[in-house]
Design a protein around this ligand. Sequence first.
Ligand SMILES: N[C@@H](CCC(=O)N[C@@H](CS)C(=O)NCC(=O)O)C(=O)O
Length: 215
Amino acid sequence: MTLPILHHCEGARSFRCLWAAEEARFALNLKMWAFPPRWFAKEFKDVNPLGTIPAWEENGHLLTESAAICQRIAAGTSLELRPDEPDYLPYLNWLHRSDATLTFPLTIVLRYTRLEPEERRLPQAVDDYKAFFMGRAKAIETELEDGRDWLAGGRFTIADICVGYAVHLASSFGYDAELGPLTQSWYQRLKDRPGFKSARQRERDNRPDAPSAPL
Ligand SMILES: N[C@@H](CCC(=O)N[C@@H](CS)C(=O)NCC(=O)O)C(=O)O
């Protein structure tokens, strides 16, 4: 049997997929690249013409959306919510919100704090998109206000993984300390999970030889 291949860069959105795979004990081949591949590994375009991470190869198909790959990994496990479960609709919304609404503003921050050369950095863009993220992240705090531990369905799911990655990325800029207390506790619960820890260890153990830009 040919295992699916997950193309991953340490700390990138593909971490969602690696983390989901560790939680689900889903067997895959991990192929790690230096970030961003467009600088350090132009041949990555032969795998994913978009040049973006993650890429997932399975049975002649290529998936390039981290939340969709998480859905594929979670299929049939307790990490997904089924359409007949009461929280299915908010669960779907969190999955899509995780990247389009929450991660997107952080990528602008990343670009204009770390990736662009000094002379192209834009403090105004960083401040504005930080504010975008902080405003949007209030939705996490609101969701947790009823005392729930996880975002949807009364259990840990890939909604927590996908949204959790956005908060994890925000934490790399120190923004987590400015999030609400419920969000901070939820993020701590996520980091305490054995699946999170083993995914972090697995990416460290498989670092590519080439250098990476800071993520
Ligand atoms: N919506 C996609 C976005 C994928 C994406 O843009 N990934 C970033 C890394 S986190 C990337 O590959 N950037 C490439 C670059 O900056 O050249 C997803 O959720 O997977």
